[in-house]
Design a binder for this molecule. Sequence first.
Ligand SMILES: C[S@@+](CC[C@H](N)C(=O)[O-])C[C@H]1O[C@@H](n2cnc3c(N)ncnc32)[C@H](O)[C@@H]1O
Length: 126
Amino acid sequence: MNAQAMDAQFWDEMYRSRDQVFSGDPNGVLVTEVTDLPPGQALDVGCGEGADAFWLARRGWQVTAVDISVTALQRAATAAADVEGRVAWTRADLNITPPPATRSTWCPSSTSRSQSSRITPLCAAC
Ligand SMILES: C[S@@+](CC[C@H](N)C(=O)[O-])C[C@H]1O[C@@H](n2cnc3c(N)ncnc32)[C@H](O)[C@@H]1O
């Protein structure tokens, strides 16, 4: 599978193939890096089913959660009653549309590749 083929259709089909694809647990690096930070704004790039966005929002962060997959975003939004108003679920292909401007960015799925990209790989205090 090359990167070009991993488009919205690819990700939607992956999410449709199972009721839950990921563990539902927040990424360990996110937890380590952010636990002691005061809440602010966060951008979750490639939020998928929303585990990281939920974790941030439940700690008081205001989160913009972006993903290419409508299926994943619908699944996340449906499960997000307790964080309503604290997560903006946003559909975008970040290869085409630059991430929304925010002062913190969390990019769990591309930490290594994003060292050299324009997407900042981890959260920072606001
Ligand atoms: C490893 S998954 C993230 C899983 C998420 N942390 C969770 O717990 O559900 C990577 C995510 O990046 C999204 N993605 C891949 N390419 C993208 C793109 N070009 N723009 C936006 N999102 C993209 C995929 O749809 C997928 O949900």
